[in-house]
Design a protein around this ligand. Structure first.
Ligand SMILES: [Fe+2]
Length: 325
């Protein structure tokens, strides 16, 4: 299980705290800082001796402030608070696992949504680590079936929702195939969250177009794996497998994918894993130009010519896992 020290990643001597995890009745009495939008510097938001009231949290959410920061000296107390909040959310026995997942999904979608909106790679990496650790913790509680997962996901097509769904599904399939150790599942989840990060460099007009894309627009949209690769390739906090998910998730086993037409095992296993669930997730989600397909119809479509481009073993495993419910 992920240690708390990696859940709250330290940033220049400060610990970022997601506003979505704060509730004013129990915020520890520590100094809280917020980032100044213009200068990027941290400034005191609330001194330790000033109580927080519900309106404070509402104002932060309205101003799209998704992170506050605590100084090094208070990190221990804040990390304990975060662990308690997460544990409570994930292990709340008064709720069944479906309800817990529903609530967690709201929180993580909020965290991730703000990060995508801000379009700042550091913040995106930090949010992805948070979200991934929470997702893995919940998915590893074995009470939740694949059927539960599918029925609980939001199916409206937005990059954030899609990315989160793909991350959940990658973790589920990687576990089912025993592809990675439990400690690597969080990395797989982060890869899923980030796989379409290159879409931040593609205009929303193209991404949200309600008619089919023209050839020229399609070529622009298809650059998103390369944009994502360029955005992340020099970072030291991303692994080779994660980077390959970003770069190769539209490659196909037949060589008919993009960006370069890699073939078969030239495609990293994590990218092949992502391809399978990415195609599936797209089919069962509403798109600007069509309604979502029911599960059986989605698999009928995937069984057609699409299947040749997917890793056969992974696809079969995914199909069996979903249909067995
Ligand atoms: Fe993509």
């Amino acid at each position: 299980m992920t240690p708390t020290s990696t859940i709250a990643i330290q940033c220049l001597g400060y610990t970022p705290i997601p506003v979505a995890l704060l509730s004013c009745d129990e915020v520890p009495m520590v100094d809280l800082y917020r980032k100044d939008v213009e200068t990027g510097r941290l400034r005191l938001y609330r001194a330790a001796n000033v109580p927080m009231v519900p309106e404070d949290l509402e104002r932060l959410v309205q101003s799209k402030v998704s992170w506050l920061y605590t100084p090094e000296v208070d990190q221990g107390e804040m990390q304990l608070y975060i662990r308690r909040k997460l544990d409570r959310l994930v292990n709340d026995n008064s709720l069944n696992v479906r309800e817990r997942f529903g609530r967690l999904n709201e929180v993580v979608e909020g965290i991730l949504g703000s990060a995508f909106e801000v379009d700042e790679t550091d913040e995106l990496m930090r949010s992805s680590a948070y979200v991934a650790s929470m997702a893995v913790r919940l998915l590893c509680q074995n009470e939740m079936t694949a059927g539960d997962l599918i029925s609980l996901l939001h199916h409206d097509y937005q990059t954030v929702t899609h990315s989160l769904n793909v991350a959940y599904m990658m973790v589920t399939l990687a576990r089912e195939m025993r592809m990675v150790s439990d400690s690597e599942l969080q990395s797989v989840a982060v890869a899923g969250i980030l796989h379409d990060v290159g879409k931040l460099s593609v205009s929303e007009r193209i991404l949200n177009k309600s008619q089919r894309l023209q050839r020229r627009e399609e070529r622009i949209a298809q650059k998103h794996p390369a944009h994502g690769f360029r955005r992340l390739c020099e970072r030291t906090d991303i692994s080779y497998g994660q980077l390959m998910v970003v770069y190769q998730h539209h490659e196909r086993m037949t060589g008919k994918g993009y960006p370069v037409g890699a073939v078969g095992e030239e495609i990293h296993p994590w990218a092949r894993l992502c391809s399978v669930v990415n195609v599936f997730e797209s089919l069962i989600s509403n798109r600007p130009y069509r309604r979502r397909y029911p599960l059986t119809e989605a698999f009928q479509i995937m069984d057609g010519p699409l299947s040749a481009g997917l890793d056969r073993e992974m696809y079969q495993c995914w199909k069996q896992h979903i249909l067995k419910k």
